[in-house]
Write a protein that binds this ligand. Structure first.
Ligand SMILES: Nc1ncnc2c1ncn2[C@@H]1O[C@H](COP(=O)(O)OP(=O)(O)OP(=O)(O)O)[C@@H](O)[C@H]1O
Ligand SMILES: [Mg+2]
Length: 1108
C-alpha cells in the first residue's frame, strides 16, 4: 500500500480549497461534488474541515484509520475529521491549549455524527487503563441516553438533535480523560405535545413502547400500541433503518454504564409513561350558571393511571385542570379553566414535565461523569447544536435555534475572518481588505438589550395588560421596521407592503443563512413558558422520587411571586455564556454540509450545497485564507521547529528569533513572496511552503534520528565491545589459569611418570646391582662353599685317607703285631687261642646287642608293631624270635590285667569274630562297637519295670528289634530280651510279653551274608513256641544278639549247640508255610535302607543296599 506523506498526494480535486484555481463558487461546488462522488467527504479550508454528509457508512472510520491519522501532521494526509481531532487533541495535550470543536451546519448535515467521531477518535488515541477506559466509556455512553430523550425524527433528519449540546471533556496533564460536563440548550419541548407532519415525538416514547418487556409496560400501565397515545404521531411512527426496540436496549445499557441506578431508570420511565398518559387526558365543557364553560375531564381512567405513576392525588390534579389560582398582592383569586385552557394547562404540564426530566438527565449524567475537582484541567469542548432551520412554519423554537446559529456564525467570523485580518494589521503585514458579511448586525437585531427582538418579547411578556402575539408583532413592526434584516408587512417600510409571501401575522428575518419567515403566534406563550402554579404545586406534592427536584417552584413554602425568567431570556443568557466560554478556547471548525434533501447517499444537489456554502460563508473563508497567509507562527516556536534545517541556526541560534527565521528562510531559498515577516510572527502564504518546510524537517529529523541512532548504536556497540573485552580478559584469565592448571597438572603427572620411571629404572638398576652383588656374593659363597667343600672333602679325604692309612697302619700294625704276637706266641697258644678269641668276640657282641635291645624296647601295647632293627645279620633268627616272645609276653601281661566282665566281653567279641568274620558283611562295623547288652537299661528304666519284674532270670540283652510281619514284610518294634533261659519278645509301648521262647526250643538262627540286620529264629518243630512259627527279626545289634544267643545257648544246660546259618537264602517256617527269605543286593532306588517285601507266598525278598 502506498504511504501518503502529504495531503497533495493522489488528491481528488483539491483537498484544501485554498489551493483551488480558479476560485469561484462554481469551482468550489464542483470540487466538493467531485470529491463527494469519489467518497471524499472531507475537504479543508486551511484548518477548517468541510464535512459532507455521505448518508451511508464509509470505511474511513476504522481503528486502522485512527492509527493512520494518529500523531500525523494536519496537512500530511487526506482531509479527515480525524486529522482535525488529532490536531486539537495534540495541541491540548502538548501545548496546553484548551480546545473547542465547533460543529455547525443545518439540520441533517451530520453535526451529531461528527461530534461522535471526534469523541471516539480522542477516546481511541488518549491513554488507556481501567479508570481511563471507564471514564471514556461513560462519556461515550452519555450520547445514546441524551439522543433517546433529546432527538427526534424530523423531515430533515431521522435523528435530529432537538436540543443544543456542549460537552466539555476534561483531561489531565498526560492527556487522559478525567470526566466531562455537558451543557444543554433549550430542548424543543413543543414536540412533546405536537409534531409537524412527517415527524415524530422524541425517540424515547417509541423506544419504550417497542422495546420494553411486557412486564415493564404493565408496571408503567402502558400499551404497546402507539395509536393509543395522542401525543405520538402515527404517520411516521416507524422510521426506516431505525430499530426502536434495539435502541431501547442500547439506551438502558448506556444508562447502566453511565451510572444510573435501577430505581432511577424506573423513575425516568415512569415520567415518560406519565407524559404519554397525560396526552390522553381529554376535557369536555361543562356549562356554569354564569354562562361560562368550565372544563371537566372526560374519562378519568388515564388520569387515574397517570396519578398512580406520579404518586399524585387524583383530585388535586383534577382540580388543577379545572381551576387556576392567581395570586397577586397577597390575594388569591380562583378562576375556572375552560376546555381550551385545560388543554393548554395539560400540554404545558406535559412539556414541562418532559423538558425538566431531560434537564435532570443531563444533571444526573454530569454527576456521573464529572471529574474530581482539581486545580487545572485541560478542556476540549465539543459543540453540537441544532442546525440552522427553515421550516414551512417557523415558530419561537426556530427563532431561538437560528439565533444560536447566528451567534455561532458570529464567533466563526470573529475568530477566523476578522481575527485574521486584524492580526495582519497588528503584525504590520500588508493586507488587502476582503469584504465579508458580518452577521453581527443580525445578532444585534435579535439580542440587543434595548430594542432587540428578544428584549421586546420579554418586555411584552412582562407588560401588564392584554398581551398577545399581535401586540408583540406590532411592537416589532414599530421598533425594528428600519432594520435592514427585518421584514414585515406591517412595518413602516413600504417595500414589503405588497409582498404577499409575507403574511400579516408573520415577520421575516434575513439570517446569514437565508431569510426565515416566523409566525408570531405562540411567541409570547412560549417565551413565558408558564405552568399554572396549581399544577406545579400538584406535581411537587406527588409522591415520586423525582418530582420534588423537577418542580421546586411548587413548594408552597417557597411561593415566589416574581415571574420566572422567560425562555428567551434564559436562552440568550446561556448562549452568551457559551460564546464567552468558546472565546477562551482555541477553535476548530467542522462545517457540515448536507448534499441533498432526501437523506439519500450519492445525491449531490448543487443548489442546496450552494446555498449552504453561501450562508456558511465558506467562500469568504477561502478568500481570506488565500488573500492572506495559510500559516503563521511566532518566531520563537518557528525557529525552534525548523532550526535544524539550517547549519547556522542548528543547534543554537544566539541572536533574536526573527533574525534566526530570516537566516533560515534565506538558507532554504524559500521564494520571498511565499512568506512575510510580521512583528512577532512569520506568515507563510502557501500551505505548500509549509509542507516543504515540514517535509524538510521530517527528513532532517530522520537524519537526526539516524545520527542519534548512529551515535547511540556506536555507543552501545562500544559499550558492548568494552564489556566483551573486559569479559574476554576475565574469560582469558580464567581460561589461562585453567590451561596453566591443566598444563601444570599434565607436567606434574608427566614428571611423576618420568620420576617413577626414573626411580623405577634406578631401583631396577639398583636391584640389578644388588641382585648381581647378591649373586656375586652367593657365587662367592657357593664358590667358597664349593671351595671349602672341596677343601673340606679334600681334607676329609685326606683325613680319611690319613685315618685309613692310620687304621690300615693300625690294622697292618695290629695284624703285623698280631702276626708278630701270634708268631711270637704261636708257640704258646697255638691250639685254643682262635676259639677263645672268637667266643670272646661273640660274647662281647651279644652283650652289646642285648644291652642295646634293652634300651630300645618297644611299648607294652599289644598293638604296637615296632621292633628295633636287627644289628647283625647273624642274629636274624634270634631277633625275630625275641620279637615274637616279647609280643606274647606283652599280650599275656595285657590279658592278665583283664577283669572278669572285660574278659567276657572280649570273649564275646572273640566268639562273634569266630562266627561272623569273613562270613557276614555286617561284622566289620560291629567290631568297634562294644557289646552293651542292656540297651534299654531295663532294670533302671521305670517304663520297663513291669517287664523286668516279669523276668525270672537276669536279662542278658535288652534291645528294640523289628519283628518282620510275615504277610507284608513290614517291621513292628518289639522289645527283645535275652535271659539265660529264654528269648522274650515284648510290646515296645506297653512292655507286655508277646512271645517267650525257651532257648532249648531254638534250633538255629539264620542270617544273611550281607550288611543287613535280619535274623530268623528257627524253633524246634513240635515245641510249644513253634506254634506260631519262626521269628523273622531285624536288629541294629544283630552281631551282638546272635553272639549272645550263641554263647547263652551253648551254656544253657539242656540245650544243644545253636546253629548259626549264614546264607542269603533260608527258609522260615511261618505257621504252616515255609517261606524262603531271599537277600538281594538292592539298587540305588531303595536308597540306603533295607527293605523287605513279600513277593509271593513262598518268597520274602530283602533288598540290602550294597553300601551299607
Ligand atoms: N459521517 C457520516 N457517515 C454516515 N452517515 C452520516 C454521517 N454523518 C451523518 N450521517 C447521516 O446523516 C444523518 C444525520 O446526521 P446528524 O444527526 O449528525 O445531523 P445533525 O447535523 O446533527 O442534524 P440536527 O441538526 O438535526 O441534529 C445521520 O443520522 C446519519 O444517517
Ligand atoms: Mg444533531
Amino acid at each position: 500500500m502506498e504511504v501518503k506523506t502529504s495531503l497533495l498526494d493522489n488528491m481528488i480535486g483539491v483537498g484544501d480549497m485554498v489551493l483551488l484555481e480558479p476560485l469561484s463558487e462554481d469551482s468550489f461546488i464542483a470540487n466538493l461534488r467531485n470529491r463527494f462522488d469519489h467518497n471524499e467527504i472531507y475537504t479543508y479550508i486551511g484548518s477548517v474541515v468541510i464535512s459532507m454528509n455521505p448518508y451511508r457508512s464509509l470505511p474511513i472510520f476504522t481503528p486502522e484509520k485512527v492509527e493512520e491519522y494518529r500523531n500525523r501532521n494536519f496537512y500530511e494526509l487526506s482531509p479527515h475529521i480525524y486529522a482535525l481531532a488529532d490536531e486539537a487533541y495534540r495541541s491540548l495535550r502538548d501545548q496546553d491549549k484548551d480546545q473547542c470543536i465547533l460543529i455547525t451546519g443545518e439540520s441533517g448535515a451530520g453535526k451529531t455524527e461528527a461530534s461522535k467521531l471526534v469523541m471516539s477518535y480522542v477516546a481511541a488515541v488518549c491513554g488507556k487503563g481501567q479508570e481511563v477506559n471507564k471514564v471514556k466509556e461513560q462519556l461515550l455512553q452519555s450520547n445514546p441516553v441524551l439522543e433517546a430523550f433529546g432527538n427526534a425524527k424530523t423531515v430533515r433528519n431521522d435523528n435530529s438533535s432537538r436540543f443544543g449540546k456542549y460537552m466539555d471533556i476534561e483531561f489531565d496533564f498526560k492527556g487522559d480523560p478525567l470526566g466531562g460536563v455537558i451543557s444543554n440548550y433549550l430542548l424543543e419541548k413543543s414536540r412533546v405535545v405536537k409534531q409537524p407532519r412527517g415527524e415524530r415525538n422524541f425517540h424515547i416514547f417509541y423506544q419504550l413502547l417497542s422495546g420494553a418487556s411486557d412486564d415493564t409496560l404493565k408496571k408503567l400501565k402502558l400499551d404497546r400500541d402507539f395509536s393509543k397515545y395522542n401525543y405520538l404521531s402515527l404517520d411516521s411512527a416507524a422510521v426506516n433503518g431505525l430499530d426502536d426496540a434495539a435502541n431501547f436496549r442500547t439506551v438502558r445499557n448506556a444508562m447502566q454504564i453511565v451510572g444510573f441506578m435501577e430505581d432511577e431508570v424506573q423513575s425516568v420511565l415512569e415520567l415518560v409513561a406519565a407524559v404519554l398518559k397525560l396526552g390522553n387526558i381529554e376535557f369536555k365543557p361543562e356549562s356554569r350558571c354564569n354562562g361560562n364553560d368550565e372544563s371537566r375531564i372526560k374519562d378519568k381512567n388515564d388520569l387515574k393511571e397517570m396519578c398512580e405513576l406520579l404518586g399524585t392525588e387524583q383530585t388535586v390534579l383534577e382540580r388543577a385542570f379545572s381551576y387556576r389560582t392567581v395570586e397577586a398582592k397577597q390575594e388569591k383569586v380562583c378562576t375556572t379553566l375552560n376546555v381550551a385552557q385545560a388543554y393548554y394547562a395539560r400540554d404545558a404540564l406535559a412539556k414541562n414535565l418532559y423538558s425538566r426530566l431531560f434537564s435532570w438527565l443531563v444533571t444526573r449524567i454530569n454527576e456521573s461523569i464529572k471529574a474530581a475537582p482539581k486545580s487545572r484541567h485541560k478542556v476540549m469542548g465539543v459543540l453540537d447544536i441544532y442546525g440552522f432551520e427553515i421550516f414551512e412554519e417557523n415558530s419561537f423554537e426556530q427563532f431561538i435555534i437560528n439565533y444560536c446559529n447566528e451567534k455561532l456564525q458570529q464567533i466563526f467570523i470573529e475568530l477566523t475572518l476578522r481575527e485574521e485580518q486584524e492580526e495582519y494589521v497588528r503584525e504590520g503585514i500588508e493586507w488587502t481588505n476582503i469584504e465579508y458579511f458580518n452577521n453581527a448586525i443580525i445578532c444585534d437585531l435579535i439580542e440587543n438589550h434595548q430594542n432587540g427582538i428578544l428584549a421586546m418579547l420579554d418586555e411584552e411578556c412582562l407588560r401588564p395588560g392584554t398581551v398577545t402575539d399581535e401586540t408583540f408583532l406590532d411592537k416589532l413592526n414599530t421598533i425594528c421596521a428600519e432594520h435592514l434584516h427585518f421584514e414585515s408587512r406591517l412595518s413602516k417600510s413600504s417595500k414589503f407592503l405588497t409582498d404577499h409571501s409575507l403574511p400579516h401575522n408573520c415577520f421575516r428575518i434575513q439570517h446569514y443563512a437565508g431569510k426565515v419567515l416566523y409566525r408570531a403566534e405562540g411567541f409570547v406563550d412560549k417565551n413565558n413558558d408558564l405552568l399554572y402554579r396549581d399544577l406545579s404545586q400538584a406535581m411537587y406534592k406527588a409522591n415520586h422520587s423525582l418530582m420534588k427536584q423537577l418542580f421546586p417552584e411548587g413548594n408552597p413554602a417557597k411561593v415566589n411571586l416574581k415571574r420566572p425568567p422567560t425562555a428567551g431570556f434564559q436562552f440568550r443568557h446561556s448562549v452568551g455564556t457559551l460564546m464567552r466560554n468558546l472565546q477562551t478556547k482555541n477553535p476548530n471548525y467542522i462545517r457540515c454540509i448536507k448534499p441533498n434533501d432526501k437523506k439519500a447517499s450519492h445525491i449531490f444537489t448543487d443548489s442546496l450545497v450552494c446555498h449552504q456554502v453561501r450562508y456558511l460563508g465558506l467562500m469568504e473563508n477561502v478568500r481570506v485564507r488565500r488573500a492572506g497567509y495559510a500559516f503563521r507562527q511566532a518566531y520563537e516556536p518557528c525557529l525552534e521547529r525548523y532550526k535544524m534545517l539550517c547549519k547556522r541556526t542548528w543547534p543554537h541560534w544566539r541572536g533574536p528569533a526573527r533574525e534566526g527565521v530570516e537566516v533560515l528562510m534565506a538558507d532554504l531559498t524559500v521564494p520571498a513572496e511565499e512568506f512575510s515577516y510580521g512583528r512577532s510572527k512569520v506568515f507563510i502564504r502557501n500551505p505548500r511552503t509549509l509542507f516543504f518546510l515540514e517535509e524538510r524537517r521530517r527528513q532532517c529529523l530522520q537524519d537526526l534520528a539516524t545520527l542519534i541512532q548512529k551515535i547511540y548504536r556506536g555507543w552501545k556497540c562500544r559499550s558492548h565491545f568494552l564489556l566483551l573485552k573486559k569479559s574476554q580478559i576475565v574469560v582469558a584469565a580464567w581460561y589461562r589459569r585453567y590451561a596453566q592448571q591443566n598444563k601444570y597438572k599434565r607436567i606434574k603427572s608427566a614428571t611423576t611418570v618420568v620420576q617413577s620411571y626414573t626411580r623405577g629404572w634406578q631401583a631396577r638398576k639398583l636391584l640389578r646391582e644388588l641382585k648381581y652383588q647378591k649373586r656375586c656374593e652367593e657365587a662367592v659363597t657357593t664358590i667358597s662353599a664349593y671351595w671349602h667343600g672341596t677343601q673340606a672333602r679334600r681334607e676329609l679325604r685326606r683325613l680319611k685317607e690319613e685315618a685309613r692309612r692310620k687304621h690300615a697302619v693300625a690294622v697292618i700294625w695290629a695284624y703285623w703285631k698280631g702276626l708278630k704276637v701270634r708268631r711270637e706266641y704261636r708257640k704258646f697258644f697255638r691250639a685254643n687261642a682262635g676259639k677263645k678269641i672268637y667266643n670272646f668276640t661273640i660274647q662281647r657282641i651279644m652283650q652289646k646287642y642285648f644291652l642295646g635291645l634293652k634300651s630300645t624296647m618297644p611299648s607294652m601295647s599289644p598293638i604296637d608293631k615296632s621292633w628295633p632293627v636287627k644289628p647283625y645279620l647273624f642274629l636274624d633268627g634270634v631277633h625275630s624270635d625275641l620279637r615274637r616272645i616279647f609280643h606274647l609276653w606283652r599280650c599275656k601281661k595285657y590279658r592278665s590285667e583283664f577283669t572278669e566282665e572285660k574278659k567276657a566281653v572280649f570273649e564275646e567279641k572273640l566268639e562273634a569274630s569266630e562266627i561272623f568274620k569273613d562270613k557276614k558283611a555286617l561284622y566289620a562295623s560291629s567290631v568297634s562297637q562294644p557289646f552293651m547288652g542292656d540297651y534299654l537299661e531295663i532294670s533302671k528304666n521305670p517304663k520297663y519295670q513291669k517287664l523286668n519284674s516279669a523276668m525270672d532270670e537276669k536279662v542278658l540283652l535288652a534291645d528294640v528289634v523289628n519283628k518282620i510281619n510275615r504277610a507284608n514284610g513290614k517291621g513292628t518294634a518289639r522289645i527283645f530280651l535275652l535271659t539265660k533261659n529264654s528269648v522274650v519278645l515284648a510290646d515296645q509301648k506297653t512292655g507286655q510279653v508277646k512271645a517267650s521262647v525257651p532257648l532249648p526250643d531254638l534250633t538255629s538262627v539264620s542270617v544273611s551274608t550281607q550288611s543287613d540286620g535280619f535274623f530268623a529264629l528257627k524253633l524246634k518243630e513240635g515245641s510249644a513256641s513253634a506254634i506260631k512259627g519262626d521269628f523273622l527279626l531285624s536288629s541294629e545289634h544283630l552281631i551282638e544278639i546272635i553272639t549272645k544267643l550263641h554263647r547263652t545257648g551253648a551254656t544253657a544246660a539242656d540245650s544243644e549247640q545253636l546253629n548259626i546259618d549264614i546264607s542269603d537264602e533260608f527258609l522260615v517256617q511261618f505257621k504252616h508255610d515255609k517261606v524262603c527269605v531271599k537277600f538281594i543286593q538292592g539298587g540305588p532306588k531303595n536308597g540306603n535302607s533295607v527293605s523287605c517285601k513279600r513277593k509271593n507266598n513262598r518268597l520274602l525278598e530283602v533288598s540290602v543296599p550294597s553300601t551299607v
